[in-house]
Write a protein that binds this ligand. Structure first.
Ligand code: ADP
Length: 315
C-alpha cells in the first residue's frame, strides 16, 4: 500500500458562527502533487493552516507525515515547509543572507547552513542574486528564493499556497519545473492555486472545495470527463455521408462547410465504439474523428457555487 503523507478524516472548522469546513477527507500519497481548488473564501488557506499546525481543528483527525498536528506539532513542523502568498523574503538582505537566516532559525550548525544555502543558490539559479539585496531581484527570482528558503530544512511535505500568483508566464513555467523536480526527489506537494492550468499541469490529484465540502476529487482527466461539454467531432468525406450520418444520429451541431458533426459524449472507448458501430451498420464512412474534453475551467464553473442537486448529477 502507498504511504500517505497527509491524511484527514472529517475535518471541521468554524470561525464563530461561520462554518468553513464541514467535514472534509483527504488522502495524499507520498511523492505526489495534490491540488486543492475552490473559489475565494472556500477554506483553502484554512485547510493549509490546519494541516500545518497553524490552526486547531474543531473536529476530525489529521495525520501529517504520520503525526498528529495537535498532539505532536513539533514532529509535524520538522517534516513540513510552508510558503504562503506573502513572501518570507527580507528585502534588505541578500538571497544568501536570507537563506542563512533561515538556516539559523532551524538551528542548523553553521557549516551545514552554509553548505545548504550554497547548494540551493546553485540549484535555484540564484547565484546572481546571492550578493544583491532581495529588493532588487525580479518577481520570479524572489519566488524561487522563497521556495529555496522553505527547503533549507529539507522538508518532506511542502505546502505551496498560490506559488505563481503574479508571476509572468516564463517564471511560472520555471517554478513548475522546480516543483516537478522536488516531487521527483520524493517530496509531497500540497498546492493551492487560482490558476486551473497550474493544477492541470502539475497535480496528480485535484480536489474541489466549495460550501465547506469537497465536491469533487480525481485526476484532472477524471474531473473533466465528469462534466457536460465533452463531444466527439466526426469528419466526413462529402456532404452525402454527412447527411446520412446526421439522419442516423439525429445530431444537431453540424458544419456543412467543414463536413463535421458534433456528437455530445465523454469520448470513452465504449461510447466511441458504439458510435462507430452504429455508423458502420449504415455503411457510413467516417474520415476522421477527434474527442474534445472540457477544460478545468468548465469543471470549476460546473462544480462550484451550484445547488447540491446539480452536484449530485455531476459527481
Ligand atoms: P480561501 O483560502 O479558500 O480563500 P480561507 O480559508 O482564507 O479561504 O477563508 C475561508 C472563510 O473563512 C472565508 O469566508 C474567510 O472570510 C473566513 N475566515 C478566514 N480566516 C478567518 C478568521 N481568522 N476569522 C474569521 N473568519 C475567517
Amino acid at each position: 500500500m502507498t504511504k500517505l503523507a497527509i491524511e484527514a478524516v472529517g475535518l471541521r472548522k468554524s470561525y464563530g458562527h461561520k462554518l468553513v469546513l464541514d467535514g472534509i477527507d483527504l488522502r495524499i500519497p507520498e511523492g505526489s502533487i495534490f491540488s486543492l481548488l475552490g473559489p475565494n473564501g472556500a477554506g483553502k488557506t484554512t485547510t493549509v493552516q490546519l494541516l500545518s499546525t497553524l490552526l486547531r481543528a474543531d473536529g476530525g483527525a489529521i495525520r501529517v507525515a504520520g503525526h498528529d498536528p495537535e498532539s505532536e506539532p513539533d514532529r509535524v513542523r520538522a517534516a513540513i515547509g510552508v510558503t504562503g502568498q506573502f513572501s518570507a523574503v527580507d528585502d534588505l538582505l541578500t538571497a544568501e543572507e536570507n537563506l542563512l537566516l533561515m538556516a539559523d532559525l532551524w538551528h542548523l550548525p553553521r557549516a551545514e547552513g552554509r553548505r545548504r544555502a550554497a547548494e540551493l543558490l546553485e540549484r535555484f539559479d540564484l547565484q546572481d542574486a546571492a550578493r544583491k539585496p532581495a529588493a532588487t531581484c525580479s518577481g520570479g527570482m524572489r519566488r524561487r528564493l522563497d521556495i529555496a528558503m522553505t527547503l533549507i530544512s529539507r522538508p518532506r511535505i511542502i505546502f505551496l499556497d498560490e506559488p505563481t500568483t503574479g508571476l509572468d508566464p516564463r517564471s511560472r513555467r520555471g517554478t513548475w519545473q522546480l516543483i516537478r523536480e522536488l516531487v521527483a526527489d520524493g517530496v509531497t506537494i500540497f498546492l493551492t492555486t487560482q490558476y486551473l492550468e497550474e493544477a492541470d499541469q502539475l497535480a496528480d490529484r485535484i480536489a474541489v472545495l466549495d460550501g465547506g465540502r469537497i465536491v469533487a476529487e480525481g485526476t484532472a482527466a477524471e474531473l473533466k470527463s465528469r462534466i457536460p461539454g465533452g463531444h466527439v467531432r466526426l469528419q466526413f468525406g462529402d456532404i452525402a455521408e454527412l447527411e446520412s450520418a446526421a439522419a442516423v444520429l439525429g445530431v444537431l451541431a453540424r458544419d456543412d462547410e467543414a463536413l463535421t458533426l458534433q456528437v455530445p459524449g465523454d469520448g470513452s472507448t465504449h461510447a466511441l465504439r458504439a458510435l462507430l458501430d452504429r455508423l458502420d451498420q449504415e455503411s457510413i464512412e467516417v474520415e476522421g474523428l477527434s474527442v474534445h474534453t472540457p477544460d478545468l475551467d468548465d469543471v470549476f464553473l460546473a462544480l462550484t457555487g451550484q445547488p447540491d442537486g446539480v452536484r449530485e448529477v455531476l459527481r
